[in-house]
Design a binder for this molecule. Structure first.
Ligand code: UT7
Length: 362
């Protein structure tokens, strides 16, 4: 049995934060951001109201449970983005919700440790027959999904919905120019099922965590004030921030993607695992963190520049969402046809890394 991709979907918030607006918030400039990262603008969620608290509901004789679901379903938040992307992917495949047997969710910016992201989205999407799995591996999450879903569906059959929503705007320090200029919010979704032709061919996964050099964030993302244009500094500094040593992540990323003297890199490794070479690539979909990291991978692996999907200029780094969002954009733009070989490669928090090769089935 072959497991492959049968449809994709995405959601991006309407609020666009371009580099010029960022210049008003923090000591940065358009030229620095473009030359160092390739990012011109990013999307940011803007919840229309604050999340209800148990105290607020009690004072106003409201049912807290009902108010929470209403808030999650009606305001723009990280789970709302996931729901919209998931619905888009199911609709474009014409899949009924009752036919989804597996839901896999990754979110690096959840509002709760539990209920899990998967449990929340299962309810929001009314996926009553789906097993909810939350598997989060930084920005590489969508590639981890591919291996898990491939293995699971080969054993159990059925249809899987993978959703990666992320809103790092809620976790970064909007006064720290080293980090806040890099990230954006969005959600991507992919539907997997048995396919007659093509499908997932190979995957390589791993991680090398480090508390010192890499990425980490606290759990206290309860305070919602994600719109940097209405930035409330006092409110944000009360909780731990997202931390990243960008230079170290940069070095790690270029080596892991494109290889070095003693290592061939995940792209070549994943291709070799299914008997292919870089010549077979029809479309390369890398994690969208920085144009310079993407370009280094293209150069080191000798991949033609026309064969890469790029969204980093308009979306910034969308964390776990970046690969599925770039995939959905490529599908919408009809850059992929049946039989094409697509290579996905990513890296990120956890210092996770991975690559997967998928032959397109439709
Ligand atoms: O999903 C994975 C997550 N993360 C990543 O992929 C990040 C990987 N790392 C990177 O993309 C790059 O390392 C950065 C974009 C984060 C930084 O680029 P860089 O070329 O490594 O710059 P740098 O950190 O070495 O900083 C160079 C200069 C510094 O000034 P001095 O010390 O040379 O005077 C910084 O203070 O640029 C300064 N700088 C800025 N200037 C204007 C840093 N951030 C900014 C900014 N605007 N936003």
């Amino acid at each position: 049995m072959n497991v492959g991709i049968i449809s994709t979907g995405r959601y991006a918030p309407k609020l666009v934060l371009d580099n010029k607006r960022l210049e008003q918030l923090v000591d940065t400039n358009d030229e620095w951001i473009i030359t160092r990262t390739g990012i011109s603008e990013r999307r940011i969620i803007a919840p229309s109201r604050e999340m209800p608290t148990p105290e607020y509901c009690k004072e106003n004789s409201l049912n807290y449970n009902e108010e929470m679901w209403k808030w999650l379903n009606e305001t723009e938040n990280v789970y709302y983005m996931g729901k919209m992307a998931g619905e888009n992917a199911l609709n474009s495949a014409g899949i009924k919700k009752e036919d989804v047997s597996l839901l896999v969710v990754s979110c690096n910016s959840p509002l709760f440790v539990f209920p899990s992201q998967a449990a929340i989205l299962r309810k929001m999407l009314s996926l009553d027959n789906a097993e909810p799995w939350a598997i989060t591996s930084g920005c590489t999450s969508s590639i981890f999904h591919m291996k898990f879903i491939d293995t699971y569906l080969k054993q159990h059959g059925g249809t899987a919905l993978s959703i990666c929503p992320d809103a790092l705007s809620a976790t970064v320090d909007w006064s720290d120019r080293n980090n806040c200029v890099l990230f954006g919010d969005s959600a991507g979704a992919i539907v997997f099922s048995e396919v007659k032709e093509g499908g997932i061919q190979s995957y390589i996964l791993g991680s090398k965590p480090s508390f010192e050099i890499a990425l980490r964030t606290g759990l206290e993302n309860q305070t919602i004030n994600t719109n940097p244009l209405e930035f409330s500094y006092k409110k944000q500094i009360e909780r731990p921030y997202f931390y990243m040593n960008g230079n170290e992540v940069f070095k790690f990323a270029t080596r892991i993607m494109g290889g070095s003297n003693d290592y061939e890199g995940v792209i070549v490794e994943a291709l070799k695992a299914c008997g292919k070479t870089v010549e077979d690539i029809d479309l390369f979909i890398p994690h969208q963190a920085n144009d310079r990291i993407i370009d280094a991978a293209l150069k080191r692996c000798k991949i033609n520049r026309d064969k890469v999907a790029r969204t980093v200029d308009r979306y910034g780094n969308n964390s776990a969402a970046s690969i599925p969002v770039a995939l959905d954009e490529a599908v919408q733009e009809k850059r992929i046809k049946k039989g094409d070989t697509i290579v996905f490669a990513g890296f990120g928090a956890d210092l996770s890394y991975g690559a997967a090769v998928v032959d397109w089935s439709y």
